[in-house]
Design a protein around this ligand. Sequence first.
Ligand code: ASP
Length: 436
Amino acid sequence: MQRITCKFGGSSLADAACIRAAMDIIKANPARRFIVPSAPGKRTADDKKITDLLYAWHNMARQGLDAAEPRRIIEERFNGLARDLGVSFDARPCLVEIAERAAMDETPDYMASRGEYLNGRLIAEALGATFIEPAECIRFKANGELDAGTYHALGERLAGDGLFVVPGFYGAMPNGSVKTFSRGGSDVTGAIVARASQSDLYENWTDVSGFRMADPRMVPKAKRIEQITYRELRELSYMGATVLHDEAIFPVREPGIPIHILNTKSPESPGTAIVAQREATTPVCGIAGRDGFVMFNIEKTLMNKEHGFGRKVLSIFEEHGVSWEHMPTGIDTISVIVRDDELHGKADHIIEAIQKHLEPDEVNVTNGLAIIATVGQGMNHHIGVAARLTGALAQAAINLRVIDQGSSEMNIIVGVEKQDLARAVRAIYEAFDDWR
Ligand code: ASP
């Protein structure tokens, strides 16, 4: 019999009606046996997310402020859910425990995880499912990476018959203390559960019908992506993060478990399938762009003759704890593109270090850069992809600051000024729409 892991996002579990709709989806297919819930999300645009309230509570308690307000809202949300779903589970003892340790806990992890924990308990009771405590079987190593022993430990707990609920977003450190993934991390739990339970499919239920070829806020008519490979999605991760956590593919990529992105509000829509291999029908599969990049430009005559120049440049970024995204080079120039949220005000220190250790002729920084990745495994069979792309940008009178084709020939990265981002994505989309 087929096995399916289903992860439901916070917006799909925001109130009792949503939870019932999710339960109907689960019951509609007996293969859907491993359920991973997020914490309840927003019911309306100006509503509060439970996880945000928990972080706020921790923050207030650490500063010695009275956190009665977030506590009250959380209690009311869970009481209301329990009442509407007709379950007896009572969130209050857990909230008392949170209140007791809120000011003592240095990190917010334990508190932030309680949204998933409480929702998991509620949904397990409503479904008559076995509740699995992630802190007992999802383990991190001391360096924060997932301990591979997790798959076995969790697999054993998921071996029986019936339905299982594993709350998303957290596990435990070697000393047993709760540790969360980064925000949106229930997607990662879903992938871990899919692998540990040897599921044939990982369904990720959210509030959109899969990925679109480009961000619909920039290209309203962007078509849905029917199929995309794990590799293509990695290349599009500037876009993926808003729908799926960009670390969620790692646990399932090795065993080749496909992920389906599906919409709880429209369960019949086919969504997007993320697979190991696919037939490429069009050269371009997706276009992802975002701003918030900074480019360090270093110029030094005869740089190409100096051994170790590139290594020294990168070691400066390494020493400052800044990871880099792209590195376009010329004969006497090297540029290093980084995300500005990586910099934490270190740009001046980095420039000083470059001046001191590399004695360049010139070093400067370009702010306000946007990066656009145009991705598709079919690109490497097609001649003229780059020409079409740059032609489209030229026609839209957009200045191209950087261009870089990945060696896999399945992505072309361009850098444009931040204010040109949406126009550039639109121009590229138009250039490849219906190009086969
Ligand atoms: N509730 C957590 C968050 O808001 C994790 C998740 O929903 O995936 O980030």
